[in-house]
Write a protein that binds this ligand. Structure first.
Ligand code: NAD
Ligand code: ZN
Length: 362
């Protein structure tokens, strides 16, 4: 088992990564002082695959588990779902000490985290992320939220979990499109912080897609360590955490223009290539390294241009959508651009014409 640590003084926590580690969960919870009843929040798909198994393991360790399921899908990351969960917690007379266990992908993690953050002004939270994206990204860092009126993550909080346990054995049931979704973020971590991770992931794409445990453990733990380190530097997203948005300025705009009909990872993959192109055209980034990023994303099965999405999205519309990004400061889109693979910089005022040209290229 590998460990990463998010260091936030009294809010610090461990991220545990390994194959078949759920049997150790009860022991960890006990050591952390939890006992009695806990609530597991999941969706019907994950419940069927792993929910009962986790419940039984915890039962053997002396925990009583009530499980609440929320329908599958981003549409259920909503205040309505939160209301239902609040009602269920109220009915069972949940107390300040009642532990919430989020078992699922980023949707369940964000929703259960939001409920944990707000019910009785905060219940302890443990994440059991079951998608590659959730294991390397959404379960780490304490951003919890629900969507409202088509605005993603618009109502939320910073609320750190007590523990994250990423059992990589559960990834084997993920559809390939979900693996690719997580891979985009792994490649992102490589570009922003770690050339070795970038190369290792690129060379082992087939092993990752084949769920080879030692390779998965390596890329997930290295990615989790990078996310944990960056969050430790900037819990509330006012500085260092910016670099995590590499590929996301354009990525978020593409998601919005597509009506959220494409996967986040695909949009971010295009965004990473566009950011690379911008950096090359500004003379800040080497063309060979740019091509390496593009080719690695393509080999991973991810799109690398607006055209390759085949949705007929227009560069003008993407530019327009960028104006509505939450991260806009003083009307200018902020770009995270690569300087070399493993290092990025922030560019605050990239000329629109340069962005447009990068969006038009294939
Ligand atoms: N909080 C953060 O910092 C943060 C960061 C990135 C993304 N997010 C959020 O995460 C969400 C996306 O998360 P996601 O990509 O995990 O999507 P998801 O939670 O919708 O899961 C994707 C699909 O995989 C299924 N699934 C989950 N685990 C499975 C398993 N082990 N085997 C088979 N199927 C499984 C789910 O039921 C779902 O159908 C978005 O709402 C996004 O806003 C949050
Ligand atoms: Zn992302």
């Amino acid at each position: 088992m590998k460990k990463a640590r998010v260091k936030l003084e009294e809010n610090s926590y461990e991220v545990l990564i390994g194959a078949n580690i759920y049997p150790q969960l009860g022991g960890y919870l006990r050591k952390m002082g939890f006992k009695g009843n806990a609530v597991m929040i999941t969706n019907p798909i994950v419940q069927k695959l792993y929910g009962e198994y986790v419940q039984q393991l915890l039962f053997k360790d002396g925990f009583g588990i009530s499980t609440f399921t929320v329908e599958d899908g981003e549409a259920y990351k909503s205040l309505e779902s939160a209301m239902q969960l609040y009602g269920a917690l109220c009915n069972m007379r949940a107390e300040r000490s009642t532990l919430i266990i989020a078992l699922g992908g980023g949707v369940i993690g964000d929703l259960a985290g939001f409920v944990a953050a707000t019910y009785l002004r905060g219940l302890p939270l443990v994440h059991l992320p079951t998608t590659l994206l959730a294991q390397v990204d959404s379960s780490i860092g304490g951003k919890v939220a629900v969507d409202l009126n088509n605005y993603k993550n618009i109502v939320g909080a910073f609320y750190q979990p007590k523990l994250v346990m990423a059992d990589i054995a559960v990834l084997k049931t993920l559809p390939e499109i979900e693996v690719n979704n997580g891979l985009a973020e792994i490649i992102k971590y490589g570009v922003i912080r770690d050339p070795h991770l970038f190369t290792f992931a690129g060379l082992n794409l087939r092993m990752i897609k084949g769920f080879e445990p030692s390779v998965l453990q390596e890329v997930i733990s290295q990615s989790a360590a990078i996310k944990a380190e960056i969050v430790s530097e900037d819990e509330k997203d006012i500085g260092a955490r910016n670099v995590l948005n590499y590929g996301h300025t354009v990525g978020h705009a593409i998601e919005a223009v597509s009506g959220f009909n494409i996967k986040h990872g695909s949009a971010v993959a295009v965004g990473m290539v566009v950011a690379g192109r911008i950096a090359v055209s500004m003379g800040k980034f080497n063309k060979m390294e740019f091509l390496k990023i593009k080719e690695t994303l393509e080999s991973a099965g991810l799109p690398s241009s607006l055209q390759s999405l085949n949705l007929g999205l227009r560069p003008e519309d993407v530019l327009e959508a960028m104006k509505y990004d939450k991260k806009i400061i003083d009307g200018k889109s902020r770009f995270v651009l690569p300087r070399s693979i493993g290092s990025v910089f922030i560019a605050d005022s990239v000329p629109t014409a340069v962005v447009k040209q990068a969006l038009e290229s294939s």
